[in-house]
Design a protein. Structure first.
Length: 403
């Protein structure tokens, strides 16, 4: 199978590229990335040396470029990760979000539709080549917000007994902070320019599925975390700031609830939807890791304190990057800042449909995932340093010159 992975130098896209190359020895991966501030060739520099991988620098809104990629490669699956994704940035400048997230998705689908179409049926609907799939990667933010009606949280109980057995094996049982959950039937109700742009792209994908019988699926995930995450989002930012002994900005009172999904679990879920998702359907991919933001920050401080000062997990060559002291590595680093405009109180995904239809299981409890994430950052301070300085762009210049 040949995959076109847009946004493949970004956080989730790069992790998906790594996952799919390991899983499928005979696949080919075409990466299209604009290399904005969050796109980092250093993240995929090993993959770029793989003869199965081809890289194109460019914008998904550039129809001529997308058409050339389809002409040069027999694309079987498009996985569209390319998106402007930071809510704060969307509040400051909504326009770029609307262009990339809506018109870029339309461009990709238009080109794929034209290249994959083989004729029409007796009712005039397009017919498409066998085995083609367009997967639109979306977010739980399209659903809006849920009530945080259980303020301190209670143990999570599930109707799906098989999944409950899996989750009960976790050392810390999952909990919930509300009685409601996002399902695929939840009405879409975006509350930020970013979420609105992703909602529009979801609806456009659905419209192509209905109008043209275009082979499309949409996945909606909860908050991802893990390796190679650009340090503007909560978890990578606080890891970086803790290691440097800097203040940890927390919005409002920090009692917003998010469901945290380890990025590799998300990649597994996407792979399942690509290979087994029903035509035109949306699938939720969640982690069953609901937690208050303030507790996420405190847990991360505790784990870094343990790993750095008690377990000595820092490589000798990276000790100079860790400037926080034992005494400084405490909750005193937390500083509460003015809340984000329109900040949603709670997100929580119910992935029961994906579990039952495709066998998806969110395997990684937060306590394990955050340790793996912290360890990755401790072992890869070169990456964090290059991202912060912008030096990662040298990989493109070294590999591709001015092309």
């Amino acid at each position: 199978m040949t995959y076109l992975v847009t946004g493949g130098a970004g956080f989730i896209g790069a992790n998906f590229v790594k996952y799919i190359l390991k899983k499928h020895a005979d696949c080919k991966v075409i990466i299209l990335d604009k290399l904005t501030y969050a796109g980092n060739l250093g993240t995929i520099k090993d993959e770029l040396s793989d003869p199965r991988v081809f890289f194109y620098k460019g914008d998904i809104c550039n129809q001529e470029l997308v058409e050339n990629i389809f002409m040069n490669h027999t694309i079987d699956t498009v996985v569209n990760f390319a998106a402007e994704s930071h809510v704060d940035r969307s509040i400051e400048d909504p326009g770029i979000f609307l262009k990339t997230n809506i018109l870029g998705t339309q461009t990709l689908m238009d080109v794929a539709k034209a290249r994959w179409m083989t004729g029409k049926d007796d009712k005039g609907y397009p017919l498409f080549a066998e085995g083609k799939k367009f997967l639109q990667v979306s977010t739980d933010e399209v659903y809006g917000a849920l009530e945080r009606d259980i303020p301190e949280g209670i143990p999570l109980k599930l109707e799906d007994k098989e999944l409950e057995k899996v989750l009960n094996k976790r050392s810390v049982p999952p909990k919930t902070f509300g009685s409601g959950f996002f399902t695929e039937e939840t009405p879409l109700n975006p509350r930020s320019p970013y979420a609105t742009s992703k909602t529009a792209a979801d609806m456009l994908a659905r419209a192509y599925g209905e109008t043209y019988h275009f082979p499309v699926n949409v996945t909606r995930c909860s908050n991802n975390y893990g390796p190679y995450h650009f340090p503007e989002k909560l978890i990578p930012l606080i890891i970086k700031n803790i290691l440097e002994g800097k203040k940890l900005p927390v919005y409002g009172d920090g009692r917003q609830v998010r469901d945290w999904l380890y990025v590799e679990d998300h990649c597994k879920g996407i792979d399942l939807v690509i290979n087994g998702g029903r035509q035109g359907e949306a699938y939720n991919i969640g982690g069953f890791n609901e937690e208050l933001n303030i507790n996420i920050v405190k847990q991360t401080i505790d784990i870094i304190r343990e790993m750095v000062f008690e377990e000595k997990k820092v490589k000798p060559e990276y000790r100079n990057f860790v400037t926080v002291t034992y005494d400084e590595c405490s909750y005193s680093l937390i500083t509460f800042v003015q809340d984000r405009l329109g900040h949603d109180a709670r997100y929580a995904i119910d992935p029961a449909k994906t579990v039952k239809e495709l066998g998806f299981y969110p395997e990684t409890p937060f306590q394990d995932g955050i340790r793996k994430t912290v360890q990755w950052y401790l072992d890869n301070q070169w990456w964090v340093n290059e991202v912060a300085s912008g030096d990662y762009r040298k990989y493109y210049e070294e590999m591709y010159g001015n092309r």
